[in-house]
Design a protein. Structure first.
Length: 190
């Protein structure tokens, strides 16, 4: 499900989800009067139409979106406070924007103790903290490597990938569970 308050973007998303088709007369190219053209493919697209059940589920979730995002902000603020003195780089939030915090990626700094992303990630998983690695550089995926892309093509993305770990952040994460995540992270880093 995709939503937008921008009419142009919403229209483009509608076309992309449905093979690039439009039925809007103002978008359609003229055709002979003897031919019926009730839709036209005016661009490339895919078949991303969802079922009615998926749409209903999406609408019900959308009604809870503000509460979900507010809860994620509470969790993110606690992470910000509790992790401030650890050798990690916390996610930045520009003052003119509002993040949904669908992820909370931290970056493991090279510490005096020699703790690496791999060490911390393994420690979290061993303690049953379901951290994850996100934003693996696209150019390092096998599909793109087959096209000739190589390590070193996007050094900043590669550095981020070597350092980042996404901590659990979901609306039902309890304070006790978050405390446990923070405790395990502290032990892994120090």
């Amino acid at each position: 499900m995709a939503v937008s308050n921008c009419p142009e973007l919403a229209n483009r998303m509608r076309r992309l989800r449905s093979h690039g088709l439009t039925s809007e007369p103002v978008e359609m190219h003229s055709r002979p009067e003897s031919e019926i053209w009730n839709y036209q493919q005016i661009g490339l697209g895919l078949n991303y139409r969802m079922s009615d059940i998926h749409a209903a589920l999406g609408v019900s979730q959308f009604m809870r979106l503000d509460n979900y995002v507010a809860r994620r902000h509470v969790i993110a603020r606690r992470y910000d406070q509790e992790l401030a003195n650890l050798p990690v780089i916390l996610p930045k939030q520009h003052e003119d924007t509002r993040s949904s915090y669908h992820l909370y990626p931290i970056r493991i700094c090279k510490s005096d103790a020699g703790k690496t992303q791999r060490h911390v990630y393994k420690a979290l998983l061993a303690a049953r903290v379901w951290a994850n690695i996100h934003y693996i550089p696209v150019h390092r995926q096998p599909y793109f490597e087959a096209m000739g892309f190589q390590a070193g093509y996007c050094p900043e993305a590669e550095e981020f990938h070597r350092e980042a770990i996404s901590l659990p952040i979901f609306p039902r994460l309890t304070e006790a569970e978050q405390h446990y995540v923070i405790e395990v992270l502290n032990q892994a880093l120090l």
